[in-house]
Design a binder for this molecule. Structure first.
Ligand code: MG
Length: 541
């Protein structure tokens, strides 16, 4: 499930062809009328669109889904759409007002607030959704996450408190450190020294100077940062990123309740200069800014590692859990920037905001659904504990998941094998459901891996002053402000990213830095900051 996040992006191209075929069928279906939405024997027909990826079997083939259909008394028509195709398809569906009756991981609250007539406001149906009500009672942040001015057009998912970890970590080759007799670096200066030793002392022992001291992920061109961005070094300066989600990817941050943008700060300039120094010393790949080799450089296979340090998910960046390469890496707290104390150094707030536990777009219902009661019954079943856990880890009937107590479960080897073979018989993190805090799972080695990976950051998380130092996941821009923000960002990214890419490689000299600042001013960066400050003040204070 953790790897699903990474694989999502990678599996895209291969999936596109199959997705196009699926979508042709989908478009042809069109909007059904109430009369033809029953089977010949009188069962209500409910269409459910699910955004899946190629590492999962189609939902209609999952045993728990067949059992859910039977229990619901409805005839369910599943429509699978693959990740890469969905972006375009979504816009077409919204423009036509043609939604499937139910939609899993398809529409965000922001989509709904811009097209409110197309969506059922589920806040009016809560009497038929006691399982959703129980979810919101136990985990109120989940409700805040999707509620837009009292409306509940989309329901969130929770994959459980165990997933309350950042998806961003800093990994170092511990085998290399030990071999060279070096300590885990705690400052940028120490990190540079360690990287120099990695470069020159053949820590992988093959007699060649083939080590990549630090492997960096390329910079995007359409925004400042994405997952595992080198700008995670901002945390070294005391300004927290939130790269799992939200506006942090466009540089928005919060410090002491005040919203700003990284791109205007001295701290950002300091990070650019540090990155440039690493390139100058040959400690990062020369082509890192634009390369597509970040993954392949990590995953060389065998037992001879090539990479010393990366930002990544966990050691599965290098190989499956337990593999030779996986075992060489540990996560470490981010080293402090020059002049910043360890006490002021923080870590990516996705690990404490719930960003990794919750997603905000897991169930939406068409306002035109013909069989409304049947739809609500299905939603309520999906959000039961019984079906939530099976959505996450596969059906109990098939022996993928074993119930070992009232709220305890064992993920079986059978499930793990299917998942490793990329034939996962579950929705995993795409579930339209919620995992109660009382639930315990054993046997998921990937979950254990990410939980362990996050532990070294407890201290740096504690340096965050709660929601005063990051944008909570439930803060939203209004529909009009979203449009303004997005339009400004398009212009900003086009102009700013080439300058930033240049400075990340060559250093933030006065001329380039000042040019960036002037450009940001003229492109309404301040307006974007003000919009998020307004939203933050509305939702948080
Ligand atoms: Mg070597």
């Amino acid at each position: 499930m953790n790897k699903g996040v990474a694989k999502k992006a990678l599996s895209g191209v291969a999936a596109a062809g199959a997705a196009a075929m699926l979508l042709t069928g989908l478009a042809a279906c069109g909007q059904s009328t109430a009369e033809n939405k029953k089977t010949s024997d009188g069962k209500p027909i409910v269409t459910i669109l699910v955004q899946q990826n190629t590492t999962q079997i189609p939902i209609g083939q999952m045993t728990w889904a067949k059992e859910l259909e039977k229990e619901s008394g409805a005839k369910i028509e599943w429509k699978v759409v693959l990740d890469t195709a969905w972006g375009q398809q979504k816009n077409a569906a919204l423009a036509a007002g043609d939604l499937s009756d139910l939609n899993i991981r398809a529409y965000h609250p922001d989509d709904a607030s811009q097209n409110p007539d197309a969506f059922e406001d589920l806040s009016k149906d809560m009497d038929k959704l006691p399982n959703v009500e129980a979810f919101f009672k136990e985990q109120p942040v989940a409700k805040k996450f999707v509620e837009v001015e009292g409306h509940l057009w989309v329901l969130p998912s929770s994959r459980g408190k165990a997933f309350s970890a950042s998806g961003q970590h800093m990994l170092i080759n511990k085998t290399w450190l030990d071999k060279l007799g070096l300590k885990v670096p705690t400052t940028w200066k120490e990190l540079t020294k360690v990287l120099e030793a990695f470069k020159t002392q053949d820590p992988n022992g093959n007699g060649k100077q083939d080590e990549i001291p630090m492997n960096l992920r390329a910079l995007p061109t359409d925004q400042l940062a994405g997952w595992w961005s080198p700008f995670l070094f901002m945390n070294s300066t005391g300004l927290a990123t939130h790269f799992n989600s939200g506006p942090s990817g466009q540089g928005i941050y919060v410090k002491d309740g005040k919203v700003g943008n990284f791109m205007t700060t001295d701290e950002f300039r300091q990070v650019l200069n540090y990155l440039a120094s690493l390139k100058k010393e040959g400690l990062v790949p020369n082509d890192w800014v634009t390369t597509d080799k970040y993954d392949s450089r990590n995953q060389v296979g065998g037992n001879t590692a090539q990479v010393g340090v990366v930002f990544g998910w966990d050691a599965t960046a290098f190989g499956t859990v337990g593999s030779d390469l996986y075992n060489q890496y540990v996560t470490i707290p981010v080293p402090s920037a020059d002049g910043v104390s360890a006490d002021d150094t923080v870590w990516d707030a996705s690990g404490v905001s719930g960003a990794n536990e919750y997603e905000d777009y897991h169930m939406a219902m068409s306002s035109k659904a013909a069989n409304k009661d049947a739809c609500l019954k299905i939603i309520n079943l999906l959000y039961s504990e019984k079906y939530s856990v099976q959505q996450l880890y596969g059906s109990t009937t098939d022996g993928y998941l074993e119930k070992t107590g009232d709220h305890s479960y064992k993920v079986t080897e059978k499930f793990v094998e299917e998942r490793d073979a990329q034939k996962t018989p579950a929705l995993e993190d795409r579930l339209a459901g919620w995992i109660p805090d009382a639930d315990e799972f054993e046997g998921d080695k990937n979950l254990t891996s990410i939980v362990e990976a996050d532990k070294p950051y407890a201290e740096q998380y504690s340096h965050l002053n709660g929601e005063k130092d990051y944008m909570p996941i439930y803060v939203r821009l209004s529909a009009a402000d979203q449009t303004t923000y997005a339009n400004n960002n398009t212009t900003i990214a086009t102009t700013a990213m080439p300058l930033i890419a240049k400075m990340a490689q060559n250093g933030a000299d006065d001329a380039t830095w000042n040019s960036l600042q002037e450009q940001l001013k003229s492109m309404n960066l301040q307006q974007n900051i003000d919009l998020w400050q307004k939203a933050y003040d509305k939702y948080v204070k």
